[in-house]
Design a protein around this ligand. Structure first.
Ligand code: SIN
Length: 524
């Protein structure tokens, strides 16, 4: 039989952010027949909202070793060095690929990339496009590439479940225009983003309801590190939450309290450019100290005499959002507060996106590749989506042709039966906003045993009240509930503080952290 006569391997990619789009393009280039499904339109993904940029080693004075060291340090030592090596070594190729696809990263008049500095980077290596519209520029170019490719696209298709038969992923069950539809494929890739909608305050769009992680759990896939939820330090505390990129602090903006005092240096010698979890907690404590009034981000010194022109040119998206709210950040500090931003944990994968279920892959924020540990380095998320999306797309057709499908090894987790139930005081009925408030209050920037138990008991009660899901919102609620329970269980298991997981009842130690081995590959 000639190669042309062979039936191509079929794959479905669920999700249309950078990770899903890159996976789809690479899988199609490797010969797979790819269908990409997304629950809204292609362009509607978290990627579109990324501002600061994408970190990669693109300058002679920089090095992969420096990017690796920064990523490991920000991760509170819990990132997997092998995974981070892959990330920083392959990042530059992915950037060149994005450029070839038409992403117009900002450049100097001489044609060099403009570079931004963000927290915990020892070198200004963050590329950006349209000033602070990097994600939008990348999403637009990748969507155009997918539309021009052989990838079949189904929009408004909600993932109900991964179809598993004989221990292998065999496709997906979808809800499309109110009807159930089953797609049978050799491989399934989950690229549905994170779980920002678990929280009352988030930078994430409404589509970030943990659908892929919940489906992976139902399919029997292992998850890890779900206790590590990143809270972005600076979200506009006026009107709808709006991200104010870390790049603004990278350009020199400072954080002050009500009395005008800079407080970030109280928490860390790097002040405003300390790792994100440190700055977020410093802001949250300042807000608590001043009776709930937001902290202030002072950008009035940026750009010298032409502050207004500088801010509008360097940060046009934020500038517009600030001004829409009737504020003038060239003239006065703006109110900011932390909000849930990114899930470091997710579905356990090896370095090619393979989960513990044969035929099932996870990429981007849905995946736990090991590159982020307990706290993600700023602007490493778009990079992770591109690097591991490409690796996944490159191998899945070949994996399907192997006699034994390779899978990742599950990571051990500590037992969770050491915690005692406490009487639930939250007798509130379930609603999405009640769930989000519960998570914000008890599973937020600071946690303790009592609050976590209260959250766990409430979630257990809500889960036991069976509701027949009918609408997409109902299915999303089920997903959020399921993943919330996993996040809380993971947070209870990790009894000490590390990175973004801060236990107020054990602030000074790493506690009983589960071991963090590399997810190796085995065949099954
Ligand atoms: C930001 O621009 O501050 C967000 C970038 C990121 O989440 O890495």
């Amino acid at each position: 039989m000639s190669a042309a006569d062979r039936t191509p391997v079929t794959a479905v990619v669920v999700g249309s952010g950078i990770a899903g789009l890159v996976t789809a393009l690479h899988a199609a280039a490797a010969g797979a027949a790819v269908t990409l499904v997304t629950k809204d339109v292609l362009e509607s993904a978290n990627t579109r909202y990324a501002q600061g940029g994408i970190a990669a080693v693109m300058f002679a004075e920089d090095s992969a070793e420096a990017h690796l060291a920064d990523t490991l340090a920000a991760s509170a030592g819990l990132a997997d060095p092998e995974a981070v090596h892959v990330l920083v070594d392959e990042g530059p190729d992915r950037i060149r690929e994005l450029v070839a696809l038409g992403v117009a990263f900002d450049r100097t008049p001489e044609g060099a990339f403009r570079r931004g500095l963000e927290a915990a980077h020892s070198f200004p290596r963050v590329l950006h496009a349209g000033g602070d519209a990097t994600g939008a520029a990348i999403e637009q170019a990748l969507v155009a590439a997918v539309r021009a490719s052989a990838v079949r696209v189904i929009e408004h298709a909600f993932l109900l479940d991964v179809v598993v038969a004989d221990g292998r992923a065999r496709g997906v069950e979808l809800l499309v225009d109110g009807r159930r539809m089953r797609l049978r494929t050799d491989a399934v890739v989950l690229a549905t983003g994170g779980a920002g909608q678990l929280y009352a305050h988030t930078t994430n769009p409404v589509v970030a309801t943990a659908d892929g992680i919940a489906a992976a759990l139902r399919a029997g896939a292992a998850v890890a590190d779900l206790e590590f939820v990143q809270f972005h330090p600076t979200v506009l505390a006026a009107g709808e939450p709006f991200l104010v990129s870390e790049a603004v602090r990278g350009e020199g903006a400072v954080l002050v309290d009500d009395s005008g005092r800079r407080f970030a240096f109280d928490a860390h010698p790097d002040g405003e450019l300390a790792p994100r979890d440190v700055v977020a907690r410093a802001i949250s404590r300042t807000i608590a100290r001043q009776g709930g009034r937001p902290a202030l981000l002072d950008a009035t010194a940026l750009g010298g005499a032409d502050t207004s022109g500088f801010l509008a040119e360097r940060f046009p998206t934020i500038d517009a959002a600030v001004r829409e709210r009737g504020l003038d950040w060239a003239d006065a500090p703006i109110p900011v507060t932390p909000a849930a931003h990114y899930l470091m944990g997710g579905v356990t994968t090896d370095l090619h996106g393979r989960t513990t279920v044969p035929g099932l892959y996870a990429v981007g924020e849905t995946a736990r590749t090991g590159v982020h540990g307990a706290n993600r380095l700023a602007s490493n998320s778009l990079l992770e989506g591109a690097v591991f999306g490409a690796r996944t797309g490159d191998v899945l057709a070949a994996d399907a042709a192997r006699s034994a499908w390779p899978v990742a090894v599950a990571m051990p987790t500590a037992p969770s039966d050491t915690v005692r139930p406490v009487p639930a005081r939250h007798a509130t009925a379930f609603s999405r906003s009640a769930l989000q408030q519960l998570m914000w209050e008890f599973v937020g920037l600071e946690r303790d045993a009592t609050g976590l138990r209260r959250a766990a008991d409430t979630l257990t009660r809500w889960s036991a009240e069976h509701r027949e899901p009918r609408t997409i919102a109902d299915f999303e609620d089920e997903n959020l509930l399921r993943v919330a329970r996993e996040v809380v269980a993971a947070a209870e298991r990790r009894t000490g503080s590390v990175g973004a997981h801060f236990r107020a009842d054990d602030p000074g130690t790493g506690g009983s952290a589960p071991a963090e081995p590399t997810a190796a590959v085995v065949a099954c």
